[in-house]
Design a protein. Structure first.
Length: 346
């Protein structure tokens, strides 16, 4: 752990000139940064403040699991500048947590949020998973109701996916676990959209809901195509024209920086790739795609092609055109990835 923290700080020194602008958000995650000692977080924050121009009102988020949250840790996180928590609750039901092989239990999931509030955190997001075989409609509704009753400001919800080469995929193949049902997942998503609208939350990105004024500023930067720098193993960075990603292996990442040898790969994005990324991320958001922006950055022919392809989605009420923006409708949100793929430039 000490070597990792030291190396991340060294990478920050090596790359602090990657983006020449003020830093408005810092995000500790993914992985499990809540396992890092309070002292380690303080060392990294001190290093970042010495190298980067960080806004006074910067959003500084830490990802945490319920079983890592304790009063002493919360006080220490607050002291180093963490002002937003993203908690991987996933479910408030014991059977779901066991099925997903989570380390925390239902009681920890329930208790961690009020505890965080008591320690001064008033910008809290939680993750929930829907569409798992163990989750019925009643428990899915109850999960969302519990989340809302805890007065959270932000909710991220994801359909359970079976990733290749995982233990879950092998168990399903061996008929030791039930496979996911896409129709059930679609139904859970439709229910979710209605419940969150009724609760006054903005559905500002396909998987994300926020109370007014509490959208994730950090994730919104990704979706808006803004520049960012990523530090640590597997971290990605983007400066508008190229993308680079660090070595994923922890020990190799540390060794490479210690020995001053390349620790990342890089690709220059073509104009078509840049446009496709804008389509992929922009279409998932409440703002949609700006035809004027596409016209200015990629030319009139690109804007015309996209509008022509979008015609069938507009006619079928999967998309609407508002003030020069192409925006996915409630009905269309079930098909966002497919619509984006059809709009891509070859």
């Amino acid at each position: 752990m000490d070597a990792m923290i030291k190396t991340i700080c060294r990478e920050a020194e090596l790359r602090h000139g990657y983006i020449n602008e003020n830093i408005s958000t810092i995000y500790f995650g993914g992985g499990t940064p809540s396992l890092v000692s309070d002292y380690g977080l303080a060392i990294m924050m001190d290093k970042f403040r010495s190298l980067f121009a960080i806004d006074n009102d910067a959003e500084i988020t830490l990802e945490a699991n319920p079983d890592d949250i304790a009063k002493e840790k919360l006080i220490a996180w607050k002291a180093v500048g963490i002002n937003r928590l993203s908690i991987g609750v996933q479910s408030f039901f014991e059977e779901d947590l066991k099925w997903m092989n989570r380390a925390h239990n239902a009681q920890q999931a329930l208790q961690c949020i009020p505890l965080a509030e008591q320690c001064g955190f008033h910008n809290i997001s939680i993750d929930l998973i829907y569409g798992s075989p163990s989750l019925n409609d009643m428990n899915w509704k109850r999960n969302v109701e519990i989340a809302l009753s805890l007065n959270i400001q932000h909710l991220s919800c994801y359909a359970l996916t079976v990733e290749p080469k995982t233990a879950l995929e092998k168990m399903i193949a061996a008929h030791k676990a039930e496979n996911v049902d896409p129709e059930k997942q679609s139904w859970h998503f439709e229910l979710l959209m209605q419940w969150m609208e009724d609760a006054g939350f903005e559905h500002y990105e396909i998987s994300n809901f926020a109370k007014p004024g509490h959208r994730s500023r950090h994730n919104s930067s990704y979706w808006q195509g803004k520049n960012y720098i990523g530090l640590g193993p597997s971290a990605h960075s983007f400066n508008g024209i190229s993308r680079q990603w660090n070595i994923a292996n922890n020990s190799l990442y540390i060794k490479s920086i210690e020995e001053n040898i390349p620790f990342f790969e890089i690709e220059q994005l073509t104009e078509a790739q840049q446009l496709n990324e804008y389509i992929m991320t922009g279409l998932r958001t409440i703002k949609g795609l700006s035809l004027e922006y596409i016209f200015e950055k990629w030319g009139g022919s690109s804007a015309a092609e996209i509008l022509l392809t979008a015609k069938k989605f507009l006619e079928n009420n999967l998309m609407q055109q508002i003030n020069g923006h192409l925006i996915i409708t409630q009905k269309g949100k079930l098909f966002t990835d497919g619509i984006a793929a059809e709009l891509f430039k070859d």
